[in-house]
Write a protein that binds this ligand. Structure first.
Ligand SMILES: [Ca+2]
Ligand SMILES: [Ca+2]
Ligand SMILES: [Ca+2]
Length: 505
């Protein structure tokens, strides 16, 4: 019996190994090749025609000129996905330059199920960069830019798709009133999920959940940023709508009371032309948890009635500036515009948007930028309601970024513990009013971190305590000192270091 079991295991390993082929596609390939890494194919359709469920199609880096829609029609299963991946550390670009601007000229039609597509840039399609009508797909670390309609659109019943760490920007249609960054809209299905995505400078909206005729569908967005929608690539105003997160709506003022149940968690909306978080006549439930809005035409506009049974929930949210308008029936808890809070710029490390379009981290996640992060001492730290999201400290904070005084500094994410002492340059610098000072210690030490002015007078003691081995980051708020040069000095064990920083008001 034991021997038979051994044979069975060997058989399973061999057959699954045989079934999972790797197929390579390169701009230097040929469709008469065998598809190995040394004999790559030239086109994605050819690779898909020979692929079976479980296979991985690797696209080598470089620019592929695409002149007609790539239809992805095969379907995998929950046990055996299809994979269409960028080759590791390479970036394939599907460039549709020259496609007519027409609804027949999408770049990619994802009709199948159980595809995992990763690491591909799509640009300049005549219509959508990608249109998903299939379900249970994962689209990860892809970008959609300068397409002739919405960058990534989901419709025709598309459900349970996951859009992870994707960017959609500079999409514009001829009327400027249709091209959104991401659009689970019209006849979309339910259960679609966005995580870590960015949408900016699309001619219409950042996200759009407008329905026709779908009803009672749900979409979840988490850790997503939407900004400067309603502006074009060159910065001029578009004639489109210009909302950050448009959560629903329907024809004729939504006379059919269609419901798009939207859940937004840790989402950030700023500098959109019209509204940051926009109901647009959605009659469904809307749940906004730990969202942050800044400098939109109107930050939050969710004031119209809902269909019976729908609920509007707004908790732990932040608006810097006027929050806008929320219906009296909204269930609200610990939002920045409610007593006892009053948001000011000094609650945040920075209100400078520099870096928000910057490159993603190696794992595809959003870049670390200080914009709208809470500063040490902010009234919003540990002042929120437990809404079921992870938090640091004694309670959740308000807004999209949880404050963590011991957060790992971005450039020091080496594996394991640090091996040397290091005091890093503060960031941002120059700054007003707040900056982050980071350091690492290779052994448990008593750490003394102080700030001095140019005359050597002590201005602040930031840390005076024992710290274990690790990376640390702390904030200094200079709101009570004048502009000028300051020094920060660390003593940890036998190690000392001093660096200069500049307060500029
Ligand atoms: Ca529109
Ligand atoms: Ca729209
Ligand atoms: Ca907290």
């Amino acid at each position: 019996m034991r021997k038979l079991f051994g044979y069975v295991c060997l058989f399973v390993v061999l057959t699954s190994g045989l079934n999972a082929n790797q197929i390579f596609v390169s701009t230097a390939g040929s469709d008469t090749n065998s598809g190995t890494i040394d004999q790559p194919l030239l086109t994605i359709p050819k690779a898909m025609s020979v692929a079976a469920a479980g296979d991985t199609i690797y696209l080598r880096g470089g620019t592929y000129s695409i002149h007609s829609t790539i239809n992805i029609s095969k379907s995998g299963s929950s046990e055996s996905n299809y994979y269409l991946f960028a080759y590791p550390n390479e970036r394939p670009i599907l460039d549709c330059t020259g496609m007519p601007v027409s609804s027949s000229y999408r770049c990619v039609n994802l009709k199948g199920r159980y595809w995992h597509i990763k690491g591909i840039a799509i640009k300049k399609a005549g219509d959508n960069g990608m249109n998903i009508s299939g379900s249970n797909n994962i689209v990860e670390n892809c970008s959609f830019s300068e397409n002739g309609d919405t960058g990534l659109q989901l419709g025709s019943g598309a459900s349970n798709n996951q859009i992870i760490n994707c960017d959609s920007y500079y999409n514009v249609d001829p009327s400027q009133g249709n091209a959104d960054g991401f659009a689970p809209k019209l006849d979309v299905g339910t259960g679609n999920y966005f995580y870590g995505c960015r949408s900016w400078q699309n001619s219409d909206d950042g996200w759009d959940g407008y329905l026709r005729p779908s009803d009672s569908v749900s979409t979840t967005l988490e850790n997503c940023w939407s900004f400067m929608n309603g502006y074009l690539k060159n910065g001029s105003r578009s004639s489109g709508n210009g909302n950050g997160f448009k959560m629903g709506g329907g024809d004729n003022g939504n006379a059919d009371s269609l419901r798009h149940n939207m859940i937004l968690k840790d989402c950030l909306s700023f500098d959109n032309k019209v509204k940051g978080f926009d109901q647009n006549n959605n009659r469904g439930s809307m749940t906004l948890l730990n969202c942050t809005a800044y400098r939109n035409g109107t930050n939050y506009q969710i004031s119209a009635g809902l269909k019976s049974g729908s609920v509007l929930t707004v908790e732990n949210c932040v608006a810097l500036g006027s929050y806008g308008s929320l219906a009296s029936f909204a269930v609200q808890k610990t939002n920045s515009w409610m007593s006892p809070f009053s948001a000011t710029e000094s609650d945040f490390v920075s209100i400078d948007t520099t870096g928000v379009r910057g490159p993603r981290k190696a794992d595809g996640s959003l870049p670390d930028v200080p914009f709208m992060h809470l500063v040490l001492g902010s009234q919003f730290i540990d002042a929120g309601t437990n809404v079921g999201l992870p938090y640091v400290g004694s309670a959740p904070d308000l807004g999209a970024f949880e404050f963590d005084a011991t957060a790992t500094v971005a450039h020091a994410t080496t594996n394991g513990a640090p091996h040397v002492f290091e005091l890093l340059q503060n960031y941002p610098n120059p700054f007003n009013p707040s900056t982050a000072i980071s350091f690492q210690i290779p052994a448990r030490s008593h750490v003394l971190l102080k700030v001095y002015d140019v005359l050597g007078r002590e201005v602040a003691t930031l840390i005076d305590e024992d710290k274990s081995t690790g990376f640390y980051s702390t904030q200094w708020n200079a709101r009570n000192v004048s502009s000028g040069v300051y020094f920060y000095s660390i003593r940890a064990g036998n190690y000392t270091a001093v660096k200069k920083m500049i307060v500029m008001k």
